[in-house]
Design a protein around this ligand. Structure first.
Ligand SMILES: Nc1ncnc2c1ncn2[C@@H]1O[C@H](COP(=O)(O)OP(=O)(O)O)[C@@H](O)[C@H]1O
Ligand SMILES: [Mg+2]
Length: 347
C-alpha cells in the first residue's frame, strides 16, 4: 500500500526524538510505499487534487539504527493524484491552514486519513470537550469560554479555590497558559484586554479551575481507535506551571490509575466515532484538559520509558483500516456486477 505523511520539514527532524520517522521506517520494513508531502506541495491539476510527493526511494537494507535510517533516506519527487494514496497521516504541528482539509476532501472517502478531516474540523480547538456530557465535572474541569470581559471577571470570582487558569481557546504547546491569583487582580483588566484583543483580533479565552495536583505535571495519554495506547507523565520545568515538553517539561514513566482508564473508556467510542483515531489526551488526575487531534507527540517518549514499540501498533492499525476499506470496496463492486448481470438477464 501507498502511505503518505504530511510533515513540517524532513531536514529539521531530530531522528532520536521524532515519532513519525519510527512509523515511516516500520511502513517501509513491511514493504509499503511511503511518501512525504509538505503542505505547500498540494496542488490541483485539471480539477483533481494532487501532491508533489517525495517518494522514499527503495533501500537495499533498512538500518536498525533510526539515525542511520534517517541519513540513508533519499526521495524522488513525483506529482501524484492524492487518490493514489491508501492512507494519509497528518504529522504536522498545529496551527494548520484549514485549506489543506479542502484539498483532502475529494479523497476522504477512499483514503484512510489519520485523523479523519471532518473529525479534525470538529475537534481542532479546546471547544471539542464541550461535546462530552459531564454536568457533574467528573472528568471535565469547570471551564468557561468567552470574550466578554465582565462575564469573565464574574466567572473568575465564582471559581472555587484561590487561583484559576487562563488560556487562549486556540493554542498549543503551552503558549499563553497562565495562573491568575484571585486575590491579586490589579492587572486583570490589562491581561484580559491583551488576550482578547491584544493582536487586533477578538479572541475567545478559557477560564478553567486550577486542577489540584498540577504541580506534579500532567499525563499525556495516547489513544488509538478509541482505546488506551500508552501514557507518560510530563513535569513542568522549575518556575513554571506548564508541563509541555516544548517549553522544557520533562518526561517520566507513568502508570494510569483505574479511574483514569475509566475516563478513557468513557470518551473512547466518541473519539473513534468522530474519526479521531490517534489522539493525545492531556489529563491531570481524572480531569481532561484537552484532546490533541493534530500530530500528538509522545510515542518515542513512551517507547523509551515503558520499553514498548507503540509505532508498530499505529502501522497495524493503518493496515487493518486499509484492508477493511479494500474488502468493502470489493464487496460493493461484486454486488454492482451482480446487479448489472441481473438487469441484462431481464432483457
Ligand atoms: N486547569 C489547569 N490546571 C492546572 N494546570 C493546567 C490547567 N490547564 C493547563 N495546565 C497546565 O498547562 C499545560 C498546557 O495546557 P493545555 O490546556 O494542555 O494547553 P496546550 O494546548 O497549550 O498544551 C498543561 O499541560 C498543564 O501543565
Ligand atoms: Mg496540552
Amino acid at each position: 500500500m501507498h502511505i503518505g505523511f504530511m510533515i513540517q520539514d524532513w531536514e529539521q527532524v531530530d531522528p532520536s526524538k521524532n515519532s513519525t520517522i519510527l512509523i515511516i521506517r516500520e511502513c517501509l520494513k513491511r514493504g509499503h510505499k511511503v511518501s512525504i508531502l509538505y503542505p505547500e506541495n498540494l496542488t490541483v491539476h485539471n480539477n483533481i487534487a494532487h501532491g508533489l510527493l517525495q517518494v522514499i526511494e527503495p533501500l537495499e537494507k533498512i538500518p536498525d539504527s533510526i539515525i542511520q535510517f534517517y541519513k540513508k533516506v533519499t526521495f524522488k519527487k513525483v506529482l501524484t493524484p492524492l487518490h493514489a494514496l491508501d492512507s494519509f497521516m497528518i504529522r504536522k504541528d498545529p496551527p494548520i491552514d484549514p485549506i489543506i482539509y479542502n484539498f483532502l476532501d475529494s479523497i476522504k472517502n477512499e483514503c484512510i486519513i489519520i485523523n479523519d478531516i471532518d473529525g479534525i474540523r470538529k475537534a481542532n480547538n479546546k471547544l471539542y470537550t464541550t461535546t462530552f456530557n459531564d454536568p457533574g465535572n467528573s472528568f471535565l474541569p469547570k471551564t468557561y469560554v468567552s470574550k466578554n470581559k465582565s462575564f469573565i471577571r464574574q466567572m473568575i470570582d465564582e471559581m472555587p479555590g484561590d487561583k484559576v487558569i487562563l488560556k487562549p481557546l486556540v493554542g498549543s504547546g503551552g503558549h499563553g497558559v497562565i495562573v491568575l491569583e484571585k486575590n491579586a487582580q490589579s492587572n486583570i483588566n490589562s491581561i484580559l484586554d491583551f488576550y482578547i484583543s491584544g493582536q487586533g483580533d477578538s479572541n475567545y479565552i478559557i477560564i478553567q479551575e486550577y486542577i489540584e495536583g498540577a504541580e506534579n505535571g500532567d499525563v499525556r495519554v495516547l489513544m488509538l481507535n478509541g482505546k488506551f495506547l500508552g501514557a507518560y507523565n510530563r513535569k513542568p520545568p522549575e518556575g513554571d506551571i506548564r508541563a509541555n515538553i516544548q517549553i522544557g517539561g520533562t518526561a517520566h514513566k507513568y502508570k494510569m490509575t483505574d479511574s483514569q482508564l475509566a475516563v478513557c473508556r468513557k470518551i473512547g467510542p466518541r473519539l473513534a466515532g468522530d474519526g479521531l483515531f490517534f489522539v493525545g489526551v492531556d489529563m491531570i488526575g481524572d480531569k481532561i484538559l484537552e484532546v490533541n487531534v493534530l500530530n500528538p507527540g509522545g510515542i518515542s517518549n513512551i517507547n523509551k520509558l515503558d520499553k514498548v514499540k507503540l509505532h508498530l501498533k499505529i502501522v497495524d492499525f493503518i493496515e487493518e483500516k486499509v484492508d477493511e476499506k479494500h474488502e468493502k470496496r470489493a464487496e460493493l463492486e461484486y454486488l454492482l456486477k451482480r446487479l448489472s448481470d441481473l438487469k441484462q438477464n431481464d432483457f
